[in-house]
Design a protein around this ligand. Structure first.
Ligand code: AMP
Ligand code: MN
Ligand code: MN
Ligand code: MN
Length: 288
């Protein structure tokens, strides 16, 4: 079992717990090395770092950046970032700024399908006013009885071709990687299994093109063990890591008790021939 969890969320983005509560829960569950990776926002890192110090846990500054690449939305996790690095701060501010208008359009789309009050309903779940996202709408759709749980929302709403979906332009891949690398961080392709599954998924050829481009641009890691992956996908993405010379990362992608595929920590070991992403900062410590 791995005692690292390098991908999770707090109320600073679309999680349900405060940063300190995330840390406390991770500590209880045996995590020794934790990265908080809120979407497009580093506002929870100071609170989480202070809580981690109290629990005697190693804390790694993280972020999960939303990226548009070709017709796909990707998530790039930055680990060991410097949250005050100006281009990163400015870049994240820019991505966040589009979310309010997008939420308005999502609510209008839902209204056209007969679901009223979605904007106000979603905002009731938002703690960080600058960061409204699909998960907040999903919670509203469950609360209002339109879906039985958050997972089923993402089958029938808010995704391509369904009510509430609004296409959106996020950061581009070169920018996201350069903000992370420039701040001293390691760029990791999050949950690749999510891009190759389902409708409108990318094929293996496109995935290879993405990985080639990612490496070319300075990307160094890929999530192998992820709350979004099956055990077969751990093996599949371990093979891609090897082929493209990428370090392997692991994270639950925990959002909240009862809502996520996996709770914090207790992640299974990597397949044998993986090089863990923490080698990047153990061999070349990154200055805070
Ligand atoms: P956004 O950044 O507003 O597009 O929202 C993306 C978030 O929606 C992800 O980080 C997840 O928290 C959630 N999400 C997307 N797809 C799914 C899914 N299939 N099941 C559960 N949550 C999902
Ligand atoms: Mn999320
Ligand atoms: Mn993600
Ligand atoms: Mn995530």
């Amino acid at each position: 079992m791995l005692d690292y969890d390098l991908h999770c969320h707090s109320i600073v983005s679309d999680g349900l717990l405060s940063p300190a509560e995330v840390v406390a829960r991770a500590a209880e569950r045996g995590v020794k090395f934790l990265a908080l990776t809120d979407h497009d926002d580093t506002g929870g890192l100071a609170e989480a770092a202070a809580a981690a110090a109290q629990h005697g846990m190693q804390f790694i500054n993280g972020v999960e950046i939303s990226v548009s690449w070709r017709t796909h939305t990707l998530h790039i996790v930055g680990l060991h970032i410097d949250p005050v690095y100006a281009p990163l701060v400015e870049g994240l501010r820019m991505i966040r700024s589009g979310r309010g208008a997008r939420a308005q359009l999502m609510a209008e789309s839902l209204a056209r399908s007969g679901i009223g009050g979605a904007l106000e309903g979603a905002y009731r779940y938002v703690s960080n006013p600058g960061l409204i996202g699909r998960t907040h709408f999903a919670r509203f759709l469950v609360e209002s009885g339109h879906c039985k749980d958050v997972r089923s929302v993402f089958k029938n709403f808010l995704v391509k071709g369904k009510p509430g979906y609004v296409p959106h332009q996020w950061a581009n891949l070169p920018d996201a990687i350069s903000w992370i690398r420039g701040s001293g961080g390691v760029a990791v392709l999050a949950h690749p299994g999510r891009y190759t599954a389902g409708r409108k998924a990318m094929g293996q050829k496109t995935l290879r093109e993405l990985l080639g481009e990612f490496v070319e641009l300075g990307g160094q890691g890929i999530e192998v063990v992820s709350g979004s992956h099956t055990p077969e996908q751990y093996a599949e993405f371990a093979r891609y890591a090897k082929e493209f010379g990428l370090l392997a990362s692991c994270g639950s992608d925990f959002h909240g008790p009862g809502e996520s595929y996996r709770d914090l920590g207790r992640l299974p070991d990597f397949p044998l021939d993986c090089h863990p992403v923490w080698q990047a900062w153990e061999t070349a410590p990154i200055q805070p």
